[in-house]
Design a protein around this ligand. Sequence first.
Ligand code: UDP
Length: 339
Amino acid sequence: MSDKIIVTGGAGYIGSHTVVELVQAGYEPIIIDNFANAEKSAIHGIQQIVGKEIKLYEGDCNDYSFVRDMLKKEGAIAGIIHFAAYKAVGESVRKPLQYYKNNIGSLLVLLDLMLEFKISKLVFSSSCTVYGQPDELPVTELTPKKPAESPYGNTKQISEEIIEDVVKSPLPIKGIALRYFNPIGAHPSAKIGELPLGVPNNLVPYVTQTASGKLEKITIFGDDYNTIDGTCIRDYIHVVDLARAHVSAIQYLESKNETSLFDLFNVGTGQGNSVLEVIKTFEEVTGLKLNYTIGPRRPGDVEKVYADVSKANRLLHWKTIFTLADALKDAWRWQQTLG
Ligand code: UDP
């Protein structure tokens, strides 16, 4: 059996960490990336960690003949992990067509080619945004989805549905959608990590760039929510734990003989932390004081969301090994390499 796993978006934040975990689990990851939101340096970082060269095809997953030529060249493939997608919520509201074309188009190209090349296993990057503000916490995979609040969120919901329809048809494809909570941190080696484009939108890169002096201060978006300290609650997961879940998902698909298996898994820690807790923990682990202020709520933010991860624990035999403190330490170590 082939050990080759195609990783689309394999130079990106979660993709690069997953490539490392795949190598360490004995797979041969092959990266496709167009570097729309990734840097070549990520490939060097991966190679330094794993101590060998990783195959890279530079191009777009929406480019049918490019992907087809690559698959022809590579021969038997064990599975595909599909990360490549646009991911900026705000931008998706301004450029919905770009998001639908890119995120849905690439999935359709891959599914078509999976059939042609008899590749049966697909792991897809989904998101806890499908739950919106849930009525009950923690959210399980059975928690009802809420209408998407952005074209980005909608591409995740639609993609899950497309995969489910394909899997349930007589077509020989099995699929897993992993619903990510909030990935943070970096590889403990500090050779790979998140490289936000421009001013970061996400909390932890904003925190680390403020601590490094690149940004002047961080604004907490609202402290009047109905939570322990008034700031929003999220489930922050170390990116290496999230990466490990993809290896477990591939192994799970390999262990199942049924041809029409579709499954969804929450991938978080199961623990909710407030924005202030993240900031305090960061200060504790780094010994730094962070310059922060309280500002107004950010439109579209949900108050609280965190995962029930018992299904992934049970079926994928996966559980997190890193703490919030570990993740923040690693995020800071990585930031220091960037200056
Ligand atoms: N957040 C904040 N200041 C920032 C960036 C984020 O207070 O500069 C808060 C945000 O309101 C949310 C949490 O941090 O409650 C996580 O935000 P992020 O954008 O990282 O993730 P998401 O909103 O997608 O869960």
